[in-house]
Design a protein around this ligand. Sequence first.
Ligand SMILES: Nc1ncnc2c1ncn2[C@@H]1O[C@H](COP(=O)(O)OP(=O)(O)OP(=O)(O)O)[C@@H](O)[C@H]1O
Ligand SMILES: [Mg+2]
Length: 390
Amino acid sequence: MDARSNELSAWLAAIVDSSDDAIVSKTLEGVVTSWNRGAERLFGYSAAEAVGQHISLIIPEDRKAEEDDVLARLRRGERIDHFETVRRAKDGHLVPISLTVSPVRDVKGTVIGASKVARNITERIHAEEALRRVHAELEERVRARTAELSSANESLRVEMAERQRVEQERIQLLTRLVLAQEDERRRIARELHDQLGQQLTALRLTLETLKAQSVERSDLRVQIETLEELARQLDEDVAFRVWELRPTVLENLGVQAALTNYVRHWSKHFGIRAQLLTGQSTDERLTSEAETMMYRLAQEALNNVAKHARADHVDVVLERSAEHVSLIIEDNGVGFDASNAETIGEGLGLIGMRERAALVGADLQIESTPGRGTTVIVRAPVVAPAIKSA
Ligand SMILES: Nc1ncnc2c1ncn2[C@@H]1O[C@H](COP(=O)(O)OP(=O)(O)OP(=O)(O)O)[C@@H](O)[C@H]1O
Ligand SMILES: [Mg+2]
């Protein structure tokens, strides 16, 4: 060898030695022929210990077959690129490496050995494992949270269903109550009419006869006439109550006719000016439940006016749009604090009104200011196409 090529090999040897990677060469039989500092660091064997030994020195028992395969491929002149495997260091611990093995040829091109470059990939493997662990942990937390949420969801669903059931039951009970109330009112109306009404008629007839027979008795005449007037008033009162209890007009002619009638009678009975105002007149009917609700609500509101308002004027307005029927009862009486729950809770009237309205899906509003009168507004949706009763 001349000086130049000596210098070159020294130069190459220095490069190999200073590499961080383990660089090892071996014969085709697997005998180590060179071992750089990187290999010393990675595998723990010094060059003196390794050179001349078979490469199986650093191959774990279960990887022996792998080396046979590598050697076979080398003999065929193949190169093995970035092959990941493990090797055993001198102190026994396993080192994960990425391995590149290339055939080494002589000047004639015959493969005479191999060079192996091994890179320590412990850190990468650790990082990958840590990543996998974090990932698995995250997945576990997501799973646990999802399970938690779905069980919370489930109990919420159960609770909602329970509430719905209770509400449904309440509505059913209320409906039955309202229907029973209407039945009871009809029954009382019938009895009042059939019994009291007949007795009153008999009383008036008797008084008439008495009056006819006592034409000569001017002393009795005044008393008889007083009795007659009392009987007339009683008769009228009973008729009013009967009619209040049993709105046959409502059944036959609908809410508008019934209300017109009711407001007129009510006004006369209590001596308070009142009138029913309607928008464009329509004989379309609401459902019978909604009509009864409107009628009873007007009754209760007018009752309240007579009882509490000290009003001298009431407007009752029945309005109809494409989707709603509204009933407004407006008095010019003393008013009350409608926002005060205690006042509202005093009687059953307002509460009953609200419940009856809710049963047919109507909306009730009470507006009142002390000294400025009271307005009750109920707005019912027009649902079923109206069926006209005969
Ligand atoms: N038009 C009104 N003018 C003035 N105050 C009213 C009017 N309507 C209701 N109120 C007040 O609201 C309260 C509650 O009315 P609600 O109809 O609920 O009960 P009530 O008439 O006292 O008793 P009930 O109707 O059970 O016989 C009344 O006590 C009254 O103070
Ligand atoms: Mg009342």
